[in-house]
Design a protein around this ligand. Structure first.
Ligand code: A3P
Length: 300
């Protein structure tokens, strides 16, 4: 069985999830995104899937609001490639800060945002944990809704990890995604970018939150940063409750009842999945793919 079902929409050289917004007019939606009327006050959160997008989206929302209260806009309703209509964003008051997100490769993000150097928060996570998290996401997502995987999905972890290592992945794959970002930053194509490592945010949240607040040009007391850190901790975010609207939606989509957005939230879970041989092959792949990269990752 192929890693990605045949009917997943293909755009340029990559595959996208079959979000209704994409299956009903792929190139139209991608054109709309490219020509999106970005504003100087917009904040674009860019991540490869499973890098901690929901987490950072909540943190950024709280920093902008200046209060540690969960927002009423779900991460998924402001994901550019997933939204059906841009009307809500277009109609947002001029003075408001629109916090939007996307997993799309750099070349397909809103042109105006990139060219004008508006703010980007880019989250990176080590590729081994991303692979495990992605596999679990695909296995737990409900057939017939969201990703509409064939009923005999999932493929085995062994097959998944091999395919993942090759070129044909959702959103063009982790390696290409992160290498493109790194190069664009080096070349000065991306100017106003805050790059945040998942592992750093997990290990030393307060200094990272402080720097992020400074990047976003918001005043944040130590007390507020501590509150945000507490409200955005894995334990709080993964508790289904009134305050966490994403979770209720996520629970509904799950076949297995497992929460595949807030699953474990750990650094190094890959060790529970990779065999020695798979790990050696993956290390070789990282070495080859990232030979010209200066990026460093924390794996445990
Ligand atoms: P795991 O599957 O390893 O648990 P995304 O939001 O980009 O889809 O990323 C989801 C991953 O981020 C999941 O990883 C999820 O558990 C983790 N995550 C979500 N909220 C988190 C938090 N507050 N702290 C740490 N990890 C979190």
């Amino acid at each position: 069985m192929p890693y990605i079902p045949e009917r997943f929409p293909r755009y340029k050289d990559y595959v996208l999830p079959p979000f209704p917004s994409l299956t009903c007019g792929l190139s139209e939606q991608l054109d709309k995104i490219k020509n999106f009327e970005s504003r100087e006050s917009d904040i674009l959160i860019c991540t490869f899937p499973k890098s901690g997008t929901h987490w950072v989206n909540e943190v950024v929302n709280m920093l902008i609001k200046g209060s540690a209260e969960y927002g009423n806009v779900s991460k998924n309703t402001v994901m550019l490639e997933g939204i059906g209509s841009f009307e809500g964003l277009d109609n947002a008051p001029e003075k408001s800060t629109r916090i939007i997100n996307s997993h799309l490769p750099l070349a397909d993000l809103p042109e105006k945002h990139i060219k004008n150097g508006y703010k980007i928060v880019h989250v990176i996570r080590n590729p081994k944990d991303v692979t495990v998290s992605f596999y679990n996401h695909l296995c737990n997502v409900k057939n017939g809704e969201t990703l509409e995987l064939p009923t005999d999905y999932p493929i085995s972890w062994n097959l998944f990890v091999q395919h993942y290592c090759r070129g044909e992945e959702l959103y063009g794959g982790w390696f290409k995604y992160e290498k493109t970002f790194e190069k664009a930053k080096e070349n000065g194509e991306l100017s106003d970018v805050f790059t945040l490592h998942y592992e750093q945010l997990k290990r030393e949240p307060l200094p990272i939150l402080k720097s992020l607040a400074a990047f976003l040009c918001v005043e944040a007391s130590d007390e507020l940063l501590e509150d945000i850190n507490d409200k955005c901790s894995f334990d709080k975010m993964s508790t289904v409750g009134e305050a966490n609207r994403d979770n209720a939606a996520v629970k509904k989509m799950s076949v297995t009842g497992k929460n595949f957005i807030y699953r474990k939230g750990q650094i190094g879970d890959w060790k529970n999945w990779f065999t020695v041989a798979q790990n050696e092959a993956f290390d070789l792949l990282i070495e080859t793919e990232m030979k010209d990269s200066k990026l460093k990752f924390t794996y445990q």
